[in-house]
Design a protein around this ligand. Structure first.
Ligand code: ATP
Ligand code: MG
Length: 405
């Protein structure tokens, strides 16, 4: 027997009152986008649950894709069975023979949305439980947490049977919370921050600062690859590359070494905010973790954050490095993050950045620079590229050319 559909149960959105249909439609779109690589799969969603019809497609890869989509509580691969008692009896017997192992307990949990069906749910439980006993005489029934629960549902079009429930990713459908700009470096923390923002329904765009020739094409590719990993959870992501060389050189020339890091971060924040405004984002997301490095003390954060009123969300702020690494491994970004390409911040990083910078001092050094002009040129020079789940051939061609040079 092959699964005919995967039944999807919604997560937290069931509590969302009036917004419910908006959430469900968003979830449906996200699922459709993620499953668009399977041409035969179709999707139908109603108020209470979703149905992903496999139409002959293998269930395993579809289930693997579904497991990454936020807004799903759990899902169950199901068999479609003709709506007759004899067909149902045969089906539960076939299923149990295939999955039963010595000593397992079971129960049948039937429900009937088609009330014209000849048996009600209690009769169905008894009838189909009896069929199971005929096939496997030693099997034990257990009402509370049995090893196998055979869920039988009589709908208008047919009957459906499932016996396993797979946990979904939880969270809220991506896009239901609005848009945020993720400051994405090539490090371990910011991709994790992006993943966690996606989990709460934020539609992210990745903003990456690059300072060629100080930073290499390898560092840029790393940021692309990290973004591509994140697309598994929220669909395509706009990747915004910001030219940062001029600003880094200017800071290096005009400010004392102890403040390089603080000023660099303040410029990054200003520019990200300007891009956010242009592109209708609501928040900024970054990968700061309290106390991890000099730029992430409370004093530093205050000095850096002072350039904007926009909410800055820091999903990993209270996590230890090991906790962040755990998530990075789970979402498969860790191995990319540890590739050795220098980021724009490390290259100009002073040996002893100030851990307690003063806003007044930062402003005083910045008065030596044309802040507006620098920000404007960086914002005008951005390059936007859409990152999709599948690596484009162009990337490989770029790689080949680099190798040849
Ligand atoms: P990460 O692992 O995310 O790089 P980190 O611990 O190395 O973080 P920092 O390098 O101090 O910390 O960066 C703090 C945050 O600033 C990053 O998490 C990221 O959100 C942002 N950031 C740093 N460098 C860049 C960059 N080149 N482009 C975009 N954002 C950046
Ligand atoms: Mg970093």
């Amino acid at each position: 027997m092959n699964y005919s559909e995967i039944m999807v149960r919604y997560g937290e959105l069931s509590t969302k009152g009036k917004n419910r249909m908006r959430f469900i439609n968003k979830l449906k779109n996200n699922i459709q986008e993620a499953l668009s690589i399977y041409p035969d799969v179709t999707v139908h969603f109603d108020r209470d649950r979703g149905h992903v019809y496999l139409n002959g497609t293998d269930y395993q890869p579809v289930a693997a894709s579904l497991q990454k989509i936020f807004g799903i509580q759990n899902f169950a691969p199901s068999y479609k069975v003709e709506k007759s008692v004899s067909a149902l009896r045969q089906a539960v017997q076939d299923i149990m023979k295939a999955i039963y192992k010595e000593g397992m307990t079971f129960k049948v949990a039937a429900r009937r949305s088609d009330h014209s069906f000849e048996l009600d749910s209690r009769d169905l439980n008894q009838e189909l439980g009896g069929a199971v006993f005929e096939a496997i005489p030693n099997v034990q029934v257990q009402m509370k947490s049995p090893d196998i629960t055979l869920r039988v549902e009589i709908r208008e079009d047919a009957a459906y049977i499932s016996h396993k429930e797979i946990k979904g990713a939880g969270g809220l459908p991506v896009g239901t919370a609005g848009k945020g700009m993720l400051m994405l470096s090539g490090g371990i923390d910011s991709p994790v921050a992006g993943y966690l923002a996606l989990k709460r329904g934020v539609d992210i765009e990745a903003v990456h600062f690059a300072s060629p020739p100080y930073t290499s094409p390898g560092a840029l590719k790393k940021a692309h690859d990290l973004t591509r990993k994140l697309t598994a959870f929220g669909g395509n992501i706009q990747f915004i590359e910001v030219p940062f060389t001029e600003i880094q050189e200017e800071i290096k020339n005009k400010a004392p070494e102890a403040y390089l890091m603080t000023l660099t971060r303040r410029f990054m924040m200003r520019i990200t905010d300007a891009i956010r405004e242009k592109r209708n984002g609501l928040i900024i997301v970054n990968g700061e973790s309290l106390g991890q490095v000099a730029s992430q003390t409370l004093e530093s954060m205050q000095a850096i954050n002072a350039v904007t009123n926009t909410p800055v969300i820091r999903p990993v702020i209270t996590m230890d490095k090991l906790e962040i690494i755990d998530i990075a491994q789970k979402i498969d970004t860790f191995d990319i993050s540890i590739q050795p390409f220098e980021d724009c911040c490390t290259i100009f990083a002073p040996d002893r950045p100030k851990t307690n910078p003063k806003i007044k001092n930062a402003e005083q050094y910045e008065a030596r620079m044309d802040i507006d002009g620098l920000v404007e040129r960086a914002v005008t020079g951005i390059m936007i590229r859409e990152i999709t789940p599948v690596e484009e051939v162009q990337d490989e061609v770029d790689g080949l050319i680099e190798d040849l040079l």
